[in-house]
Design a protein around this ligand. Structure first.
Ligand code: HSE
Length: 325
């Protein structure tokens, strides 16, 4: 293990897709990279890119802690580590930044250790850490993931996204913690709302699995989290109500928000109209937002085990040309 260095590229993700609260996830073509190797001296953590403000650089760092869990689980003595990370995934915006850090750390440490843990084991560990399987499932398996977690067992089925699916995200500049957004939710729901969500989430999975893009607008509706979170994201209700009138196939709050996500047919001629509608609606509420066009990402983490001869290349040199910044 001492001689290895691993660089892992992990996708961002969106969770819920409207009605599939804590159940549905989709990986997105926005990435974070984690570089990990066994340190000769003390642990060192370097974070690159402007999106990492406030992320700890000592042993309280999530990536370091998650890596130690992998070594423990594998029965290997935990080494001191060199960790570097660069991320294009904005923090606390509902694009699964913490899930991708967890999945990246699990994958990198497992690869360093010679891959003793299965994907299913990593999925279980990631879900237990996050508390829900939707973001971590998508980041780990890629594509669209339908997942369940009962506190003991994490299960999933992965679907291939329709090839004509594009994704528009409008990322508000303010942050919203998942904790705060979960706090807004009630403890109990009426039978009517429960049935509403079960039927719409099931319909959405069937539409995505069969490529029935027309059905998405009817299926992508929710009554158990978005209405309660609306006051935290001014402009959201109007966007969810009207995005389809501006060319979206469907729209939802991305994860716990505040990012708003629209699914769009790749060939649509109305892309800039939709983008303008989203940005203008948020602007009217005094919210500046960045719009980014993405694709569903079809695969989970990409792992490169580096040969000793290229050990000296820095992470930033390695990923040059691939990053957004
Ligand atoms: N399903 C979770 C929620 C996702 O909506 O709270 C959080 O990233």
């Amino acid at each position: 293990m001492d001689k290895r260095r691993v660089i892992v590229k992990v996708p961002a993700s969106t969770a819920n897709l409207g009605p599939g609260f804590d159940t549905l996830g989709m990986a997105l073509s926005l990435y974070a990279w984690i570089d990990m190797s066994v340190a000769r001296g003390e642990t060192r953590i370097d974070l690159y890119g402007g999106r990492m403000n406030g992320v700890p650089r000592d042993k309280s760092n999530l990536i370091y802690k998650v890596a130690q869990m992998v070594f423990k689980e594998a029965g290997i003595e935990a080494p001191e580590l060199n960790i570097a990370m660069y991320s294009d995934i904005p923090l606390t915006r509902g694009l699964g930044s913490s899930a991708s850090a967890i999945v990246g750390a699990l994958t990198a440490a497992n690869a360093l250790a010679g891959s003793p843990l299965s994907m299913e084991r990593l999925f279980h560990m990631a879900t237990a850490l996050e508390g829900h399987p939707d973001n971590v499932g998508a980041s780990l398996f890629g594509g669209i993931v339908v997942a369940s977690w009962d506190g003991n067992a994490a299960n999933h089925i992965r679907l291939d996204p329709h090839p004509d699916l594009d994704v528009l995200v409008a990322i508000p500049e303010f942050q919203l913690s998942t904790e705060k957004a979960r706090h807004a939710l009630p403890e109990q729901f009426s039978m009517k709302d429960a049935v509403y969500n079960i039927s719409h989430s099931s319909m959405l999975v069937a539409a995505l699995a069969t490529g029935n893009l027309e059905m998405i607008r009817h299926a992508m509706k929710d009554r158990i989290h978005q209405p309660y979170r609306a006051s935290l994201i001014p402009g959201m209700s109007l966007i969810l109500e009207e995005a389809c009138d501006y060319g979206a196939l469907g729209a939802a709050l991305s994860g716990a928000g505040p990012t708003l996500l629209s699914l769009v047919e790749s060939g649509s001629s109305r892309k800039s109209e939709l983008e303008q509608f989203l940005i203008a609606t948020l602007e009217k509420e005094g919210i500046r937002a960045e719009a980014i066009w993405l694709k569903p990402c079809l695969i989970g983490p990409e792992v490169d085990l580096l040969d000793r001869s290229i050990e000296e290349i820095s992470l930033m040199e390695w990923i040059k040309g691939e990053v957004r910044a």
